[in-house]
Design a protein around this ligand. Structure first.
Ligand SMILES: Nc1ncnc2c1ncn2[C@@H]1O[C@H](COP(=O)(O)OP(=O)(O)OP(=O)(O)O)[C@@H](O)[C@H]1O
Ligand SMILES: [Mg+2]
Length: 351
């Protein structure tokens, strides 16, 4: 499996300004040190409660936001990444200079201007709510065709031709070209957003809660569409959701996020069968069971998610954790391998 996206030590802080002179008074630590690899062709699911930093992470990795710290590598040839790791281990001044040079070329965190605009073609995003993400004053033909013009991928009649093809592929048709977003249902609007994201032929798509704003019946149709588009175009997804049943159905691997950090990372089946982090266990226990005869013990988490401005020292989950002991208050657990491809950041993981 080849890495498509590698994230090293990624941080995104939002500064808060206050006082008489509007000086920076604090930071919202939305993403606070994430290391993650997403492989070509996989669907990586990212779950976590509201406010834990999922959207910020998704927008930062495709550089809609500038990271505060860390590195982002996208589709870098494996031999170059290998070389970078060697240089980092070497650590000599010459090696570090060479590493710096390679980072300027390959690290998305350093990109700006033209380089960044070129990247947009390859990395796209579909948002939760197409009512706000689609321009209400634009016709469907322009909404979907605009990226083709911006990136100079088609001209004149070619644009419409490509737009029609893409509309058909996502389950709409030529007759929709001259309509406005408000003339469509929520599910159809999301299809327009998908067509717009796909028209530049990207490799990587962030799907940020793409089925949260639609009815349950439409949800499964959209999920089927994502799965078939992924196969057809060889896409790699970062699928963000707080709905674990959706994540279970579509992802190959899952990362569980809590207060700006990944606390557990595992292949989907393993994560659901054998959650190792108490937080993951609690989330899974809260999934509604369709069969009334099956009873699952629900773990109720006490309290709210603490503020990302002043996250708890030690393990960020300890104030809500029923297993917390002294060490959890002082020492932050690292994300370590438990077995195979299962990683967890907890001092007392489940067996
Ligand atoms: N532009 C911003 N300025 C300041 N703080 C922000 C900004 N955007 C997000 N935040 C804060 O950063 C934290 C993470 O927000 P984010 O939207 O990434 O979370 P999320 O996991 O996507 O939540 P949700 O499930 O509600 O979409 C939150 O505390 C949020 O209030
Ligand atoms: Mg969000």
């Amino acid at each position: 499996m080849r890495a498509l996206l590698e994230v090293e030590n990624l941080r995104k802080y939002y500064p808060i300004f206050g006082g008489l002179f509007k000086k920076k008074v604090a930071d919202v630590k939305a993403v606070d040190g994430i290391n993650l690899t997403i492989f070509k062709g996989e669907c990586f699911g990212l779950v976590g409660e509201s406010g834990c930093g999922k959207t910020t992470f998704g927008k930062t990795v495709i550089r809609l936001l500038k990271p505060t710290d860390g590195h982002i590598y996208f589709d870098v040839p494996p031999n170059i990444r290998e070389k970078m790791r060697e240089l980092e281990l070497d650590g000599s001044p010459t090696a570090l200079r060479e590493l710096e040079r390679l980072r300027k070329e390959y690290d998305l965190a350093t990109y700006k201007g033209k380089k960044l605009r070129k990247l947009r073609r390859k990395m796209q995003i579909v948002y939760q709510d197409p009512t706000t993400s689609l321009n209400p004053r634009m016709l469907v033909k322009d909404i979907v065709g605009e990226p083709l013009k911006v990136h100079k991928l088609a001209r004149g009649g070619e644009v419409i031709e490509k737009v029609v093809k893409m509309l058909q592929r996502v389950g709409l048709s030529e007759k929709h070209l001259y309509r406005y977003p408000h003339e469509f249902s929520g599910g159809q609007r999301q299809r327009i957003a998908i067509a717009r994201a796909l028209i530049t032929n990207p490799d990587f798509i962030v799907l940020d809660e793409p089925t949260s704003a639609v009815d349950v019946s439409v949800r499964s149709q959209l999920l089927d569409l994502f799965i078939s588009l992924q196969k057809e175009y060889g896409l790699t997804y970062l699928f963000i959701s707080h709905d674990l049943s959706v994540i279970e159905c579509i992802s190959n691997r899952v990362g569980v996020m809590y207060l700006g950090k990944i606390v557990e990372l595992a292949p989907t089946k393993e994560l659901f069968d054998e959650p190792a982090h108490p937080y993951t266990k609690a989330l899974i226990s809260a999934i509604p069971v369709p069969d009334p005869n099956v009873k699952r013990k629900k773990i109720l988490l006490s309290g709210d998610v603490p503020s990302p401005i002043n996250p708890p020292k030690g393990c960020r989950f300890y104030p809500r954790c029923w297993k917390a002991r002294d060490i959890c208050r002082v020492e932050e657990p690292k994300l370590v391998r438990t077995k195979g491809n299962h990683f967890v950041a907890c001092h007392f993981p489940e067996d």
